[in-house]
Design a protein around this ligand. Structure first.
Ligand SMILES: NC(=O)c1ccc[n+]([C@@H]2O[C@H](COP(=O)([O-])OP(=O)(O)OC[C@H]3O[C@@H](n4cnc5c(N)ncnc54)[C@H](OP(=O)(O)O)[C@@H]3O)[C@@H](O)[C@H]2O)c1
Length: 356
């Protein structure tokens, strides 16, 4: 198959880190000269221009622009990290890959990035423990809710099948660690807790402890690289209805995390108390953290009985574990102090409907 890769969301935390990982590789079939990086603004084009990859400025909501970008750059594999929520973007990319397949006569692959919170009770999951080798597509359809992320997961498989596109779905857990991209270098959850604690001069935790799946950004990007290498080598990987991947390295026990943040921020004189307090209300938490109120419990108090199998079977070996994660909270604080320069936009598509 062809070797040209498009990374969407390449100015984002995950996409930027995937891009940095891919271009730093010296062995294998992933080559910088075959990579296109999709970004949204002119500033982002400038920021990525020194990397030696083909930087494309495109609004992924624009179907014609997506089609043109995929065909002109002869894209064979899309690594989509720009949005788990907006199904129309997925649709545009899959349809464009279908056009490319018809032009090249070769296999084309769409790698989606979704969200693990959807597989916990608070995220609407009704099936209890779930392995990524289970019949998740059928289980998701049975739930029949109107969660935009679940609808997008279902659409990935249905549209890819209809258009002759091979699809994979990397269901992303809580990601932490410094991003290696050129633009947004911070993740969503832990940096939000830190910047909010500094603003309020207190660390807050939710009234219910939880321990969601988690992964360090370097281990996550290593999985995307593993998958793309296997695809380029034409090695079989689980795909379509069987192509869900839970890249879970360990869990993130939130109350332990909040107490470590309280200690670390207090030692730096950034909060008034060395202990975390309970949020007075979900409304206040959503407002202060900048999270959608509609999904605040799923994002902040869900655990989920997820069992990761597919990535490990393919040889994925995360280097970060729980101990290393908990030992990195001081660096999480320092990272926010050093790198919190680009406003998060990840919830822009849903915040107006959720918190109003
Ligand atoms: N980080 C986590 O812990 C985590 C956990 C689970 C799932 N996820 C999911 O993984 C995905 C990536 O997360 P992230 O943390 O990397 O988010 P991010 O930093 O906000 O990255 C997303 C990137 O996609 C770009 N983008 C969004 N809509 C676009 C459009 N219409 N056209 C062109 N570009 C567009 C954004 O552009 P701008 O920079 O211009 O806004 C941004 O650079 C998201 O779907 C998120 O829900 C993340």
């Amino acid at each position: 198959m062809g070797q040209n890769i498009l990374i969407t969301g390449a100015a984002g935390y995950i996409g930027g880190s995937v891009l940095a990982d891919f271009i730093s590789r010296t062995n294998g079939l992933i080559k910088a000269e075959n990579i296109s990086a999709a970004v949204r603004s002119e500033d982002q084009v400038q920021a990525l221009s020194k990397l030696g990859v083909n930087v494309i400025q495109v609004d992924l909501r624009n179907e014609a622009a997506v089609n043109e970008a995929v065909l002109r750059n002869e894209i064979d594999v899309v690594v989509h990290t720009a949005s788990a929520i907006e199904s129309r973007i997925v649709s545009h990319l899959i349809k464009a890959l279908d056009q490319r397949r018809k032009a090249s006569g070769e296999e084309v692959v769409f790698i989606h990035s979704s969200v693990t919170a959807l597989f916990a009770t608070e995220g609407g999951w009704t099936h209890g423990e779930v392995k990524d080798t289970d019949q998740i597509f059928e289980m998701e359809k049975q739930i029949g809710d109107s969660h935009p992320v679940r609808e997008t997961n279902i659409l990935v498989i249905e549209q890819a099948k209809a258009h002759g596109v091979t699809s994979l779905n990397v269901v992303v857990p809580t990601v932490y660690g410094r991003g290696r991209g050129e633009w947004r270098k911070l993740s969503v959850s832990i940096p939000a807790y830190i910047r909010t604690s500094i603003k309020l001069k207190l660390v807050y935790k939710f009234d219910k402890d939880s321990s969601p799946p988690a992964v360090h950004i370097s281990d996550l990007t290593a999985l995307y690289a593993l998958l793309v290498e296997k695809i380029l080598h034409k090695e079989p990987v689980p795909n379509g209805e069987n192509g869900y991947y839970f890249p879970m390295a360990h869990r993130a026990p939130w109350w332990d995390v909040m107490e470590l943040l309280a200690e670390g921020l207090h030692a730096r004189g950034l909060v008034l108390e060395p202990k975390a307090q309970i949020w007075p209300s979900d409304e206040m938490a959503a407002e202060e953290l900048g999270f959608p109120l509609l999904y605040i419990r799923a994002m902040c108090t869900a655990t989920g009985e997820l069992v990761p199998i597919n990535a490990y079977r393919l040889g994925w070996q995360p280097k970060w574990d729980l101990e290393r994660f908990l030992g990195s909270m001081d660096d999480e604080i320092e990272a926010v102090q050093e790198l919190d320069k680009v406003k998060p936009t990840v919830f822009d598509a849903i915040l107006p409907f959720s918190n109003s």
